[in-house]
Design a protein around this ligand. Sequence first.
Ligand code: 5GP
Length: 204
Amino acid sequence: MSEARTPLAAAPGGDVVPSRLVVLAGPTAVGKGTVAAYVRAHFPQVWLSVSMTTRPPRPGEVDGVHYHFVAEDEFDRLVAAGEFLEYAVVHGRAKYGTPRGPVERALHEGRLALLEIDLQGARQVRETMPGALFAFLSPPSWEELVRRLVGRGTEAPEERAARLETARQELAAAAEFDIVIVNDDVRRASEELVSWMRSRQRDA
Ligand code: 5GP
């Protein structure tokens, strides 16, 4: 679709969003954040959404770059104001959401936009944004996923168990996606993702 000012949401019977909007989801600890960081660093033509979250920053995370870190009441206020394209409680703990305005601006500027979000969020985007594309990042194996989750060492045992349970459910959802990309190597997986985004844009 070459029209740069295609409306964001589909009017009944009207235009659908362009295939420039791409959702990257996948199980916990599969390396979505690392792939997103690689894309941010190496593919400036891809606009990466910065999510809002109520969880505290991890060491090295920068407010406004990795996330917008906000308090619970501020998050809830933005939900009530309809400011999120999607939002979810992830791992039964913190809230995460995609601010709507910046996504709209990026699409209206004709940019390729990437959302790195969880499965619940991906399903919401599928409902509200017809025409969006969905990529699933998969681990090379379940054993490798567990190894990565344990290796990160940032979660307490109960938190890790909750994340593994979420991951098990999330892996089963791969079939809902337009493409499954195996994260065997961050650079290779990122390049596959971006070249797929570009090719789908050409096809639209
Ligand atoms: P983490 O706390 O490890 O950075 O992220 C936890 C999970 O939240 C990941 O699966 C990540 O994809 C997801 N996540 C990050 N931002 C968003 C968002 O804006 N919306 C939704 N639904 N999930 C998100």
